[in-house]
Design a protein around this ligand. Structure first.
Ligand code: B12
Ligand code: SF4
Length: 465
């Protein structure tokens, strides 16, 4: 069967051509893994994500994935099925894409997958069944190929775990839950094959993919009160260092990738594993730059040293707040500010770019807490801060609090056509956006300047070519 997979993300690191290379954007991972799985089973797959669209339009046009989707359907007339990856922030774009597909040709099967439908499940299908034929809940690695095979061969859907669909009588059916992939399966090239980025190469100078994401673990062993990740992925599972190194080797040899972005929730959680991966990269002398994000309680000097040796360029930490009281309210970590300072000094001493994520407007936050965040951030002197108002992700402890307070209901995620992202809309909520702007303006200037000034070739990390 011929399938189109769409990453409905319009917001990913768009900007001018120079900043695209300086802060290399990267292909979406989920849809590209799914594409490889389907291709290995004999299906023909096209992937459309904003990265591709950005390249295709020669970096000048605004990304328009809706138009891109329809133009592919017009060009490739034998596409029978479109899968759309949906996160909560991108849900309205995804709906727009599905709506346009059904307006273009109602016979094309539309499958929704990804975090947003995994949270809302049948609530989502009840509301949007005119646009979506199937939802895949949770990991799609095994479910999607089974579903596509069944559609291709017109066989029964009842045995396929992990799907929700409307049957011939118009009733919503939910199959048995799909069990999460085991670590063996995560290491197995049949269940999780390498991603195939060949389609992007022809739009890039020398066919070099500047940066790629890698997620080498599924889930997070922690349970921060605002975060959806542990609820999305279930038990924390990890790929072996050997598998991770094999994948990097493939990316370097095949696409000359200069920058590997470890997008694991907590890349450094398992120290031994982390060191084995970093030492493996060092031995291979691939000369790739590395990015990782992690927690303050998951890192020490051994890791920082090994990271630098391996080409580590950036480490981003979820500081969230300078107030320990608030960090505890978030269930984030119980580390004292002095320890955080010490870790940051170590990271900076090794010449690594240090980024901080901050949250403002969390329930209970006072002006004094904001002042503490300001003071700690000033002392740390990060290269960049990334700020968000306290977003209320469905079914997180923060959501239940907001629900109890009568601020949000789960339906709000379904009923709003605006670019609506629930956060605390009270005096603090509004102030949170202003505080975010203030911190970004004050603490990221150095980083922005560095990005603009940095030499094109150096930034691409292609000196090894
Ligand atoms: C990399 C990443 C980013 C990158 C790029 C995102 C991208 N689209 O590639 C950047 C840094 C830009 C980013 C930004 C943001 N992100 Co982000 N990001 C991640 C991260 C860390 C990894 C994503 C990934 O590659 N996972 C690995 C792949 C294999 O998983 P996957 O894509 O989910 O796909 C699997 C399944 O979901 C499913 N599936 C997915 N799509 C489809 C489609 C079909 C058809 C099917 C059948 C199945 C299916 O099958 C896949 C294989 O099992 C996740 C956390 C996580 N651990 O997943 C957060 C996450 C996706 N991000 C999240 C958020 C909230 C954001 C931001 C809003 C943060 C912010 N406040 O600025 C922004 C908004 C970006 C946007 N427009 O969506 C949330 C989304 C929660 C939600 N309810 O939707 C997550 C889950 C983090 C979290 N802890 O809550 N993000
Ligand atoms: S915020 Fe980070 S450490 Fe906390 S649960 Fe989410 S992914 Fe894990």
């Amino acid at each position: 069967m011929k399938v189109l997979l769409v990453e409905a993300d319009f917001m990913r690191e768009v900007g001018r051509k120079e900043s695209f290379f300086a802060e290399p954007s990267a292909p979406a991972l989920g849809v590209n893994y799914l594409a490889s799985i389907l291709r290995n089973r004999g299906h023909s797959v096209i992937v459309l994500d904003s990265f591709y669209e950005y390249l295709r339009t020669n970096f000048t046009s605004p990304i328009d994935v809706v138009k891109g989707t329809i133009s592919i359907l017009k060009r490739e007339k034998d596409i029978e099925c479109v899968g759309i990856s949906i996160t909560s922030p991108t849900r309205n774009y995804a709906l727009d894409i599905a709506r346009q597909i059904k307006a273009y040709d109602p016979e094309i099967k539309v499958i929704g997958g990804g975090p947003h439908v995994t949270i809302l499940q049948e609530m989502f299908l009840e509301k949007f069944s005119q646009f979506f034929d199937f939802l895949v809940i949770g990991e799609g690695d095994k479910t999607l190929p089974e579903l596509i095979n069944a559609l291709d061969n017109k066989t029964s859907l009842t045995e396929i775990a992990g799907i929700i669909y409307t049957d011939d009588k118009g009733e919503i059916k939910k199959s048995n839950p799909r069990s999460i992939l085991s670590e063996d399966e995560l290491n197995n090239f049949d269940t999780v094959p390498f991603t195939d980025y060949k389609q992007y190469q022809k739009f890039l100078p020398d066919g070099i993919i500047p940066a790629v994401p890698l997620v080498t673990t599924r889930g997070c062993p922690y349970h921060c009160a605002f975060c959806y990740s542990p609820r999305l992925w279930g038990k924390y599972r990890k790929q072996s260092p050997e598998r991770v190194l094999a994948e990097i080797e493939h990316l370097v040899e095949e696409y000359k990738v200069g920058y590997i972005r470890f997008q694991d929730d907590t890349f450094a959680f398992d120290k031994n594993r982390c060191l084995k991966i970093l030492e493996g990269i060092t031995v291979k002398k691939w000369n790739t730059k590395l990015y990782m994000h992690t927690r303050f309680d998951c890192i020490d000097e051994d890791i920082v040293e090994a990271y630098v040796m391996a080409g580590g360029k950036d480490i981003y930490f979820g500081l969230e707040s300078g107030s320990q009281k608030l960090r505890m309210a978030m269930d984030k970590n119980h580390i004292a500010n002095e320890k955080i300072m010490k870790i940051c000094r170590t990271v900076k001493n090794y010449g690594i770019n240090l980024g901080l994520w901050l949250i403002f407007g969390y329930p209970g936050e006072t002006d004094e807490d904001i002042q503490m965040t300001y003071e700690l951030t000033s002392k740390i002197e990060p290269d960049e801060v990334k700020c968000n108002p306290a977003h209320v992700h469905p079914y997180t402890p923060l959501f239940y609090y907001a629900e109890k307070e009568g601020i949000y209901r789960i339906e709000d995620w379904l009923n709003n056509d605006e670019d609506f992202f629930p956060y605390f809309i009270n005096e603090k909520g509004i102030k949170a956006y202003q505080t975010c702007s203030f911190f970004t303006e004050n603490f990221s200037r150095k980083r922005i300047r560095a990005v603009l000034e940095e030499d094109f070739e150096t930034t691409l990390g292609r000196s090894h070519l």
